[in-house]
Design a protein around this ligand. Structure first.
Ligand SMILES: *Cc1c(COP(=O)(O)O)cnc(C)c1O
Length: 363
């Protein structure tokens, strides 16, 4: 962690409250929650707050974060979200209690390594319901794989099945596609003669169904990140407001390094910008502009920033400079002033990952 600015501030009260609201809302419907820590680089003390919410697991796509959580001994199960790499199987078996899987060869490898370590690793098999990222596409193929794991891979425990939506293909979770998951689970249960412990019905984008009482009964597990750490997507894209959830768990503070009045339309012969793109520019005449010492390197894309001050327009950014139009801002800005931004998911993801970022936990 670095010093000075930009500075990423974590509101620990808010993350604790948001985690609690989500886990309690799910508990009321007998749904277990895996709190997802990958969005903020798994910062251990922040993850610890999530763990206190009563969730069932802490989950990440990255093995190094799972390992860190395990070694800190928060006394909570860990769930690896990204289907494992062959090169990390030993770590998976040692540090992840559960992993999501879609490949028979990987399951055989996990079984073999679990045997070496004399453990029984728990697996959730993934079904692709049309979003076309990870998972087995055909119902019967998943059933057959589940039967194989149950009967042949003695060092694995078939924990259940799951699915992931609205990631690659932008496909919404619906009663229909999640019922397909439930029916798949029931096929498996008939074939193996016992109930599956877990039917994992997705992430934040499944919460609107739960909120509207439309989630198929047997879905009993969700993996939630965004709704806790940003809490912006549900009201913005899903027309869903969950009582008490608050945005602004993570905010970013940056410093003004230039304030000058300039034309808004670039002057001269135009080629490409810092990233090889040819953006459109709007001519708004001469405007008062501020440059902040922060850029796309810190946040991925500057469009992930939401200024807390009124009357500010994000104009553009290169790697290390952010340009703001402050012509209509009520506040009178000076060199060295600090501005605070809320962050969409991408902004949290990049800034928490940036090794030079100054991170402050506010209790
Ligand atoms: C990241 C991830 C999640 C969490 O998604 P959110 O939208 O942040 O709730 C859930 N499941 C898998 C497999 C993921 O990779």
């Amino acid at each position: 962690m670095g010093q000075g600015y930009p500075k990423l501030i974590v509101d620990m009260k808010k993350i604790r409250r948001n985690s609690q609201i989500i886990t309690e809302m799910c508990k009321r419907e007998s749904i277990d929650v895996a709190c997802v820590i990958k969005g903020y680089n798994g910062i251990p003390s922040v993850a610890e707050e999530m763990a206190k919410s009563g969730c069932s697991q802490l989950a990440s796509s990255r093995m190094e974060q799972i390992k860190e959580i395990k070694l800190r001994g928060f006394g909570i199960d860990t769930l690896l979200l990204r289907i494992p790499m062959m090169s990390e199987v030993e770590e998976v078996v040692k540090y992840a209690d559960i992993s999501l899987n879609s490949e028979k060869i990987m399951l055989e490898k996990l079984n073999e390594v679990s045997k070496q370590y004399q453990v029984r690793h728990r697996v959730i098999l993934m079904r692709d319901l049309g979003d076309l990222r990870e998972g087995i596409y055909e119902r019967d193929a998943l059933t057959n794989l589940a039967v194989y794991v149950e009967n042949k891979l003695d060092n694995l425990i078939l924990e259940g099945i799951g699915s992931n939506l609205s990631c690659y293909g932008s496909i919404m979770p619906t009663e229909e596609n999640l019922n397909e998951l439930v029916e798949n689970a029931m096929d498996i249960e008939n074939a193996i003669g016992r109930e599956l412990k877990t039917i994992s019905g997705g992430g934040t984008s499944t919460l609107p169904l739960l909120h509207r009482n439309k989630l198929p009964q047997r879905i009993n597990h969700l993996r939630i990140g965004e709704a806790i750490i940003c809490a912006l997507d549900l009201p913005l894209y899903w027309d869903t407001t969950i009582e008490g959830l608050e945005a602004g768990v993570f905010s970013l503070v940056a410093e003004i390094v230039e304030i000058q009045t300039k034309p808004s339309y670039p002057v001269g012969i135009r080629c490409v910008n810092a990233f090889g793109e040819k953006p459109e520019y709007e001519d708004k005449g001469v405007r008062l502009r501020a440059i902040l010492a922060i850029g796309n390197k810190d946040v991925g894309s500057y469009t992930t920033l939401i200024p807390r001050d009124e009357g500010i327009e994000l104009v553009g950014a290169s790697s290390d400079h952010l340009i703001l139009d402050i012509e209509n801002a009520p506040r009178d800005y000076h060199l060295g002033d600090l501005l605070t931004f809320d962050l969409f998911y991408q902004g949290v993801l990049f800034s928490a990952e940036n090794g030079h970022m100054n991170i402050e936990l506010k209790y």
